[in-house]
Design a binder for this molecule. Structure first.
Ligand code: SF4
Length: 213
């Protein structure tokens, strides 16, 4: 069972001290969602609220992601969300490519080999650089399909934190681009696994499921 394998992996992850990022975080933040999901969303790393609650993408970025998912007919409980980096970098700085690579090779690769998703959505540059190529630019590469080194079908889109930093017309335009990318990902999943239900009747209330740690 995938859920049992992921639970064992989560126990191992909770004790990881393999890099200096661990000392500035409360604890590693793993993944959330349905282990049988054919679609996985990969962000950058935990921020303050994620570190406090031990849940990926629960803060303002995650709340915007949830709205975008709802618009594209998906809910967080039916998909799986995770990050490249599991420990919050001090002051929420962007993790380096080397930090991302080290953590993802230790943990994300194991998650993906258990979940075996049909489609991966890379949220932002850090995920795009790890899954694709460090030379790629998110503004040019978003919306285009590529294969990860493990052979997964991936599509990149903007990280919701980028959308939150935009304003006015630029923000509206970028939100539409994200919507179209999510729609493309959803359509591909539906084509490959037509029987899987990607949407619950209500949006997922993560704060009802996680307590501060
Ligand atoms: S960031 Fe990753 S590799 Fe570093 S301590 Fe945390 S879980 Fe381990």
């Amino acid at each position: 069972m995938k859920s049992e394998q992921l639970n064992l992996l989560a126990k191992e992850l909770s004790t990881c001290t393999s890099c200096p990022l661990r000392k500035d975080a409360i604890a590693p933040v793993g993944w959330f969602g349905n282990p049988d999901s054919p679609i996985v969303f990969i962000g950058e790393g935990p921020g303050g609220l994620e570190d406090n609650y031990g849940c990926p993408l629960i803060g303002p970025s995650g709340q915007l992601l949830d709205k975008a998912l709802w618009a594209a007919k998906m809910t967080r409980d039916r998909v799986l969300t995770t990050n490249i980096i599991k420990c919050r970098p001090k002051s929420n700085r962007t993790p380096t490519i080397e930090e991302g690579k080290k953590c993802a090779q230790l943990w994300l690769e194991k998650e993906l080999s258990i979940i075996k998703p049909a489609v991966i959505v890379a949220l932002g540059s850090v995920a795009l650089h790890y899954l694709g190529n460090p030379e790629l630019r998110i503004t040019r590469a978003r919306g285009q399909w590529f294969k990860s080194s493990q052979g997964f079908d991936c599509i990149a889109t903007y990280h919701p934190s980028y959308l939150l930093r935009l304003a006015g017309h630029s923000q509206v335009a970028a939100k539409w681009e994200v919507f179209h990318d999510l729609e493309a990902a959803r359509n591909k999943v539906t084509e490959i696994v037509p029987s899987y239900n990607l949407m619950s009747k209500e949006p997922t209330n993560l704060f009802a499921l996680f307590n501060k740690r």
